[in-house]
Design a protein around this ligand. Structure first.
Ligand SMILES: NC(=O)c1ccc[n+]([C@@H]2O[C@H](COP(=O)([O-])OP(=O)(O)OC[C@H]3O[C@@H](n4cnc5c(N)ncnc54)[C@H](OP(=O)(O)O)[C@@H]3O)[C@@H](O)[C@H]2O)c1
Length: 323
């Protein structure tokens, strides 16, 4: 089958087309004929092997253990492995897997769900990683309740465009932060206010938020706390940059250590793609409350270009690969 592979860690250009054997689904796994795959920052981290921490976390110390990248997947079930109970050949699914930049990919049944009826494969492939992350950040870790005021830092990207829509659907007032060229987009998906981080400091303390979702910008903890109410919650989702070894993750560790000593809740986020969360997202999507923002659909051979655009900040919402 056709796939995009890499044998060394490096920039997006190390990703190259190749013919490789079709994977075989193991216990609890499903073989998906991939129709579309989303591109998110996790793809770049695994391509680059950065921060180095992820190499030690089992992805391959010197070279990638799994040569095929791509986590978000949407497609049709081609075959099922032993002990798969919910899905069968022919079902249209979406979810997460290890290697969706390929014609076929194996995914765990508990990381898949039936594709929303209202979405095509390309839109569905934009959802899993980013929307599951946004949902967990708002609902589970952020404990968002209706009427609260949320600040979404990084509102224009993969996670942020879902966070804005989900927060609105959960009854919050939403202030989104992004660059000026993407302000219209963030407003169009429901943000009540949009702040331009190139001219305004959303953490100057002039407005205090019940929940701050820190998705981009790597602002220091002290500044993020200044934007919180006395009993507000900070959820640190991500942020690119930082050192080669642990990337931006030092803030997460410091937040955990500091949180017991303050009235504010300071929490790191470790999200994943889960069946139950996909079902919850499907309900929001089919009710018309959440719509994926697809920036551009690239053919499989353009995976390196899609990853390059993502890293350059050119993508609005999500880039998608059609397979
Ligand atoms: N914790 C977890 O489990 C988890 C799960 C998924 C992703 N993540 C992490 O979350 C982060 C975001 O992922 P993503 O897929 O949403 O990335 P993305 O698509 O690149 O979105 C980030 C957005 O933030 C905006 N931005 C950049 N600098 C900013 C700043 N200083 N202030 C406010 N906004 C800024 C960017 O566009 P403009 O600047 O042009 O507006 C971009 O649209 C990544 O670091 C990723 O690794 C973590």
């Amino acid at each position: 089958m056709k796939a995009i592979v890499h044998d060394v860690y490096g920039p997006p250009e190390v990703l190259r087309p190749a013919e490789i054997p079709q994977p075989v689904p193991g216990r609890g796994e499903v073989l998906v004929r991939v129709r579309a795959a989303g591109v998110d920052q996790g793809v770049w981290h695994l391509t680059a092997g950065r921060p180095y921490l992820i190499r030690a976390a089992g992805f391959g110390l010197r070279a990638p253990a799994n040569r095929v990248r791509g986590i978000d997947v949407a497609g049709r079930v081609a075959a099922v492995g032993p002990d798969v109970t919910r899905l069968r050949a022919g079902d249209e699914v979406y979810g997460g897997c290890g290697g969706s930049f390929a014609e076929y990919a194996c995914a765990k049944e508990d990381q898949l769900a039936p594709k929303p009826r209202t979405l095509g494969f390309e839109e569905a492939a934009a959802v899993p990683v980013s929307a599951c992350t946004a949902l967990k950040a708002l609902r589970d870790v952020g404990r968002l309740t209706a009427g609260q005021h949320v600040l979404v830092l990084g509102a224009s990207g993969g996670v942020g465009t879902f966070a804005v829509q989900l927060a609105k659907a959960l009854g919050a007032r939403v202030t989104g932060v992004c660059s000026p060229g993407k302000a219209d987009l963030v407003r169009s998906i429901g943000a009540d206010e949009v702040l331009d981080y190139t001219t305004q400091d959303p953490t100057d303390g002039s407005v205090r938020y019940d929940l701050v979702l820190d998705i981009a910008g790597n602002r220091p903890l002290s500044r993020l706390r200044r934007a919180l109410t006395a009993r507000g919650t900070l959820v640190i989702v991500g942020g690119e940059g930082g050192g080669s070894w642990i990337g931006g993750n030092d803030r997460q560790l410091r937040a955990l250590m500091l949180s017991p000593f303050t009235g504010q809740r300071l929490r790191p986020l470790a999200a994943g793609v889960r069946h139950e969360d996909l079902l919850a997202l499907t309900r929001f999507i089919e009710a018309g409350r959440v719509t994926p923002v697809v920036d551009r659909v690239h053919p499989l051979a353009e995976v390196p270009e899609a990853v390059r655009r993502l890293r350059a900040g050119e993508v609005r919402g999500k880039a998608v690969i059609a397979v």
